[in-house]
Design a protein around this ligand. Structure first.
Ligand code: NAP
Length: 353
C-alpha cells in the first residue's frame, strides 16, 4: 500500500532534539520521516549505525535503515524539521528556505529576526502573517518559522491566559533546567552531580526577549511589537534529566486571586485544540493541586509532554501572584512544538506542497 503521508526531513537527526523528532513522527498520521541529515561524522551511515539512541522506547524501524545525509544534500521533502546547533543552522536553514522548503527550526539563529515568526499555535497564531513579508524580503520560495527557547515556550504558554484576562505588568522567573537541554553529551557529569550551575550562556536574554516577542503583536504596518511588561530571569542548570522547572512571580495589571488565576489556566484553549490537531494536548496547561507538584520526575510526561504543568498557585507578597511550572524541554520545548506548528500549517494550507 502506498504511503500518502507528507515526507519530512529531520536536520540534526542524531541529536537530542533530532531523536525526539524521530520518536514523535514514527506513527504520525500526516507526516512520515523520509530524509535524515547530520554532520559529516554521521553522513553515509544508516541512522541505526550513526546514532546512539538515548530515548526509552526502541529506535523506530522506519528510521533505522534510512541513510544519514550530509548538510549539503539536495533534500526532496517539503518540510525540514531542524534540530541543528546554532553554529551551523543559519546557512543550512536559509538555503533550504530559499529552495522552497518549510523550515521549522529549534535553533536560536533566526528567532528574533524581524520577519520570522516565533510561533506557539495556542499563543500567537496571527504571527504566521510575517511569513509573507519574509518570502518577499528575501526572495525565498519557502520560509523559516522558529520555536522559542525551551523555557520561553512553557513560560509563554502559562502567561498567555493571564495576559489576556488580567494584563501583565512585571514578572520575575527563576528556572531549574534539565541537563538534556544542553544537547549531548552536554554538561560534564562532574560539573553536574551534587551541584547547581547558576549560568546558562545567553539563556536569560533569550527568555526575556522571546517571551515579549511572542506575547507582543504583529501588524503589516509595524511588524513585530514586543509586549510591554518587564521580565527578569535567572537561569540555572540542575541535575535533572528531562523537564525544566520555573518559579514565577508576576504582577498583573488587574490583581487576581489564586482561584481566578487557576480558573484562567484551566479554561485556556487555542487553535490546536479547536482544530483537534494530532499533537495538541486537550489542555495546554494542566493544573496540579497537590502542595508538592509539579515535579520533573513525576509529571514531565503528563499530556505526552505537550502541556505545561502548573501548581502551587498562590499570593506573592512581592508581586501579587506566584506559581511553579514544569515543561518537557525536548517535547513541547522543542520537537513536539515544531510538529504542532507543521500540523497547523497543513490545516491552514501554508505548506509548500
Ligand atoms: P545535540 O544533541 O548536540 O545534536 C546536534 C545535532 O546536530 C546532531 O545530530 C549533530 O550530528 C548535528 N550536527 C552538528 N554539526 C552539524 C553540521 N555541521 N552539519 C549538520 N549537522 C550537524 O543538540 P540538541 O540538544 O539536539 O539541540 C539542537 C538544537 O536545538 C540546538 O540549536 C539547541 O539550542 C536547540 N534546542 C535544544 C533543546 C533541548 O532541550 N535539547 C530545546 C530547544 C532547542 P552528529 O551526531 O553527526 O554530530
Amino acid at each position: 500500500m502506498t504511503d500518502s503521508r507528507i515526507p519530512v526531513a529531520v536536520l540534526g537527526a542524531t541529536g537530542n532534539v533530532g531523536q525526539r523528532f524521530i520518536q514523535l513522527l514514527a506513527d504520525h498520521p500526516w507526516f512520515r520521516v523520509a530524509e535524515l541529515v547530520a554532520s559529516e561524522r554521521s553522513a553515509g551511515k544508516t541512522f541505526r549505525d550513526a546514532t546512539d539512541w538515548r530515548l526509552g522506547a526502541r529506535m523506530p524501524e522506519g528510521a533505522a535503515d534510512l541513510p544519514v545525509l550530509g548538510y549539503d544534500a539536495d533534500l526532496q521533502s517539503p518540510i525540514a524539521f531542524s534540530g541543528l546547533p546554532g553554529e551551523v543552522a543559519g546557512e543550512i536553514e536559509q538555503r533550504l528556505a530559499r529552495d522552497g522548503h518549510a523550515v521549522l527550526s529549534n535553533t536560536s539563529t533566526h528567532r528574533m529576526d524581524p520577519d520570522v515568526p516565533l510561533l506557539i499555535p495556542e499563543v500567537n497564531p496571527g504571527h504566521v502573517a510575517a511569513i509573507e513579508r519574509q518570502r518577499k524580503n528575501r526572495g525565498w520560495a519557502g520560509f523559516i518559522v522558529t520555536n522559542a527557547n525551551c523555557s520561553a515556550i512553557h513560560l509563554t504558554l502559562t502567561l498567555k491566559p493571564l495576559h489576556d484576562a488580567f494584563g501583565l505588568d512585571a514578572l520575575f522567573v527563576t528556572t531549574m533546567q534539565a541537563v538534556s537541554g544542553a544537547g549531548y553529551p552536554g554538561v560534564p557529569s562532574l560539573d553536574m552531580i551534587d551541584n547547581v550551575v547558576p549560568f546558562i550562556g545567553s539563556e536569560e536574554e533569550k527568555l526575556e526577549t522571546e517571551t515579549q516577542k511572542m506575547l507582543g503583536a504583529w501588524s503589516d504596518d509595524c511588524g513585530f511589537q514586543p509586549a510591554s511588561f518587564v521580565l527578569s530571569a535567572h537561569c540555572n542548570r540542575v541535575p535533572v534529566r528531562d523537564g525544566h522547572t520555573e518559579c514565577v512571580s508576576v504582577r498583573l495589571n488587574r490583581p487576581a486571586t489564586p482561584g481566578e488565576v487557576t480558573d484562567a489556566f484551566e479554561a485556556f484553549r487555542g487553535r490546536p485544540q479547536e482544530l483537534e490537531l494530532p499533537s495538541a494536548p486537550t489542555h495546554p496547561i494542566v493544573v496540579r493541586r497537590e502542595h508538592n507538584r509539579p515535579q520533573p520526575a513525576l509529571d514531565r510526561d503528563d499530556a505526552g509532554g505537550m502541556a505545561s504543568i502548573v501548581g502551587r498557585v498562590r499570593d506573592c507578597p512581592l508581586l501579587g501572584t506566584k506559581f511553579v511550572l514544569l515543561g518537557h524541554n525536548t517535547i513541547r520545548g522543542a520537537a513536539g512544538a515544531s510538529v504542532l506548528n507543521a500540523e497547523l500549517f497543513k490545516v491552514d494550507g501554508i505548506l509548500p506542497l
